[in-house]
Design a protein around this ligand. Structure first.
Ligand SMILES: [Fe+2]
Length: 440
């Protein structure tokens, strides 16, 4: 039986240039030396008469008791005979090889060309909103325990207790069950740190941050009462972002893996921490905290081009191999975390890693760092190693956010991946253009 396909039709997705399946996965039936243990899962066929041939093929599958799970039209730019139609038939994995071979012999009587394909295996990625609950189940420790105990704030029992409560609230949060984020009761000391940092940083933003960032943060000040004095609730910030650009926040207890973090961006979900640094060190945090998230990251997610290219990086990260993921993480690093832009002949900052640091805001526009024109291909070729816990020796500067969006898009489109993915905002799910096997 032909079921409604969970995957998209190539023609409607306009992705014709990306439809060639990884050649290594193709096994041409004629002369195939397919291992007996290998199970087929899709078949590529070429037919002349769509309706008649397809009915016959369906009946062959029925005769062999093999369920077709979906059918896709495939474009074929190099095809000489344009009357021919290329189709890909998907069926449940695990059908015996012997049975398949017999079935193919029948199909070959109707079709010009038959290829048996195996489902490509890719690393696990979230496809539905509820899958995001799998993200952030554990966090990365950023300093060794021995280093941690030396830090003053790790001796503050009260602070530690609150940190654990905030972390637990993040672990308990289920994105598909509630749009309402955990409400945190911030203390007077927390608000003092927020106010102190905001006052110090906002003066520097006027001088060293780009116009888009300053406009976005001015909007936040209008939207949230006493924004400079009181930490806004993440729930309200998230609702505001959703209204602006469709983004939302999801709490995490600490740093998550680059793959998890980038995958979240595909859903327009920004994973962030809800705690604030200790009051003894208001200008320093060894890990992301709400100063970094709310002042550094969030304002830019309320701007369209920035939010678009962030999502492009997220979509490109779904199911890519580790090497490609590392490259995308580098592009993310040099844009969303440490991006600079050219504005009226001057270098300005927009990356969150810069926005949360008094020192780096002044340093990045000085003559000390090297500033290179943004180019994702150059980043992936020559700048794959960068410091994570100190100021940056190199920054990449964009001409405009529409330009970085185009460049990131061009880069993402050339990544070799066995499928293409789009985000359906209405259904809050990822739609892919061919079936894949995911492995964790
Ligand atoms: Fe960050």
């Amino acid at each position: 039986m032909i079921q409604s396909s969970p995957i998209a039709n190539f023609s409607t997705m306009n992705l014709s240039e990306k439809t060639d399946i990884d050649k290594s996965l193709e096994m041409i039936i004629q002369g195939s030396n397919m291992n007996q243990k290998e199970m087929a899962s899709s078949m590529q066929i070429q037919i002349q008469d769509y309706q008649e041939s397809l009915i016959e093929i369906q009946s062959i599958f029925k005769q062999f008791k093999v369920d077709i799970t979906s059918i896709q039209f495939q474009s074929c730019p190099a095809r000489k005979n344009k009357q021919m139609i290329d189709l890909q038939l998907y069926f449940k994995d695990g059908v015996q090889e012997q049975k398949i071979q017999k079935m193919i012999q029948q199909v070959q009587k109707i079709c010009q060309q038959v290829k048996l394909l195996k489902l490509p295996e890719v690393p696990w990625f979230p496809q539905q909103l509820k899958d995001l609950n799998e993200i952030g189940k554990s966090v990365i420790q950023t300093e060794s325990d021995s280093q941690r105990v030396e830090l003053l704030y790790f001796k503050d029992q009260q602070y530690q207790k609150r940190r654990k409560q905030i972390a637990q609230a993040a672990y308990d949060y289920k994105i598909n069950e509630s749009r309402s984020l955990p409400i945190i009761q911030y203390t007077k000391k927390d608000n003092y740190v927020w106010n102190y940092c905001f006052n110090r940083l906002s003066k520097l933003y006027k001088k060293f941050a780009c116009e888009e960032f300053n406009c976005a943060i001015d909007q936040f000040k209008k939207e949230f009462q006493n924004f400079d004095e009181k930490i806004p609730q993440f729930n309200e910030v998230s609702m505001y972002l959703t209204e602006q650009t469709g983004w939302r926040l999801k709490p995490v207890a600490g740093m998550i893996t680059p793959r998890e973090f980038l995958n979240g961006l595909a859903f327009k979900v920004f994973h962030c921490t809800q705690h604030i640094r200790h009051h003894s060190v208001p200008l320093y945090s060894y890990e992301p905290d709400l100063i970094h998230e709310l002042l550094g990251h969030v304002p830019m997610f309320a701007t369209k081009d920035f939010s678009d290219f962030s999502q492009q990086i997220g979509l490109a990260s779904l199911g890519v191999n580790d090497t490609e993921l590392e490259k995308l993480a580098a592009i993310y690093f040099y844009t969303i975390e440490f991006g600079m832009c050219r504005e009226k002949g001057q270098s300005k900052a927009y990356g969150a890693g810069i926005m949360g640091s008094v020192h780096e805001l002044e340093y990045c526009v000085s003559d000390k760092p090297q500033i290179l024109p943004f180019n994702p291909f150059v980043i992936c070729k020559d700048h794959m190693s960068y410091p994570l816990n100190s100021i940056q020796p190199v920054y990449f500067e964009i001409d405009s956010f529409s330009d970085v969006k185009k460049q990131v898009s061009d880069y993402c489109n050339q990544i070799e991946k066995p499928f293409n993915a789009i985000y359906n905002a209405k259904q809050e799910r990822i739609i892919i253009d061919r079936e894949v096997k995911m492995c964790k």
